[in-house]
Design a protein around this ligand. Sequence first.
Ligand SMILES: [Zn+2]
Length: 164
Amino acid sequence: MAVGKNNICHCGLSGKDYGNCCGRYHTGVKDTEKSPLEVLMTRYSAFCEGKADYLLKTWHKDFRPDISAKKFSREIKNGGKWLKLQVLGVWLNEDRTRAMIKYELTFRDAGGVCRSICISSFVYEDGKWFYTDEVDSADNNQLPGELDSKDSVLRELAAIGIKA
Ligand SMILES: [Zn+2]
């Protein structure tokens, strides 16, 4: 899938083009280690690019689906088109080993354009951040307030060298 006309990376977070943003992670030039936000943004872009190998690599082994990269890539290409990522809040525990990120995903499938609020969970292990699974947001009262904090997003963007 081609990057949009204005050449801004799919994730839309850095203002840079794909090759200088998420593309560096997908080719292994840059590794994800500083913030779970790197994992979220690069996985979003990997879905846009059909990079199944990267999605499996950044998925924690205990949660990763048992599927080949080839088959997974085909499933992604046959699925809906991801249009926009908007990060709403980032929560990290004190020792930065667990994280949750709340975001709004805009996508288009057979039914038209939809928006969905998601919360993804991440864990830091062996010097790397991994995506684990989705958090059930039904019980919103139990979730950390940072998940609705713009400041928490700016802080994590700064941690990965992005000035918003
Ligand atoms: Zn990007």
